[in-house]
Design a protein around this ligand. Structure first.
Ligand code: AMP
Length: 216
């Protein structure tokens, strides 16, 4: 199963993609996670990407494309994938088409997670991420058992630099201007399904799974 998750930051793409990957046995490919790994490791790509990410801007298309091509050359992608955070604009949708064509693949399903702005701001401004394993928590909705520490591995939790309210608003504007046009693009290809995503993660997940099963 090859699925793209679309939706504004904070709609729950990462959360849903992780659960779907487990349920469907396909890798979760998050360009945001891959970029953050590069930043953390101080790679050439990470050094170039860091400033864009902290400002809530998109990292240049060529940099992300190279990273994605490398990811798609790995064998686990043959079983399918849950793509989270890519494509982010029309040009990236073209790059993805090219990569898929080269690998004799096509997309089965595109899901737009539709969330409202107040819910997004509340979710992102309280989000806490583990500095080691990447597990997500929320200061109010899902606090860790020990303040500031990850339940899973005990490492320190931090707030992402781009989860400050001002940067969240910038990311929402980038989504509206650059990413939202993709909804029409995938609608025209009869691949797009909308799912309301303000509610509990489990309810959203069940709805995506119903759609995925219909496509299998
Ligand atoms: P995310 O984790 O998906 O919210 O992404 C965090 C940040 O990484 C974004 O605000 C961008 O700066 C960068 N990023 C992630 N995916 C892409 C992409 N496909 N194209 C450009 N920048 C991206």
């Amino acid at each position: 199963m090859r699925i793209i998750l679309l939706g504004p930051p904070g709609a729950g793409k990462g959360t849903q993609a992780k659960s779907l990957a487990l349920k469907l046995g396909a890798p979760h490919i998050s360009t945001g996670d891959l970029l953050r790994k590069n930043v953390k490791e101080g790679t050439g790509l990470g050094i170039k990407a860091k400033d864009y990410m902290e400002r809530g801007a998109l990292v240049p298309d060529e940099l992300v494309a190279q990273m994605l091509i490398v990811r798609f050359s790995q064998p686990d992608v043959k079983t399918g994938f849950i793509l989270d955070g890519y494509p982010r604009n029309m040009s990236q949708a073209g790059v993805l088409e090219g990569i898929l064509k080269q690998n004799n693949m096509s997309i089965d399903l595109v899901v737009s997670l539709d969330s409202s702005e107040p819910v997004i701001i509340q979710r992102l401004s309280g989000r806490l991420v583990c500095s080691k394993c990447g597990e997500n928590f929320h200061a109010v909705n899902m606090p860790p058992l020990k303040q500031g520490l990850c339940d899973k591995c005990g490492s320190k939790l931090y707030q992402r630099a781009d989860d400050k309210e001002e940067t969240i608003r910038k990311r929402l504007a980038v989504y509206a201007n650059e990413t939202a046009p993709l909804l029409e693009y995938y609608q025209a290809r009869n691949l797009l399904h909308h799912i309301p995503a303000d509610g509990p993660a489990e309810t959203v997940l069940n709805q995506i799974i119903v759609l995925a099963r219909q496509k299998q």
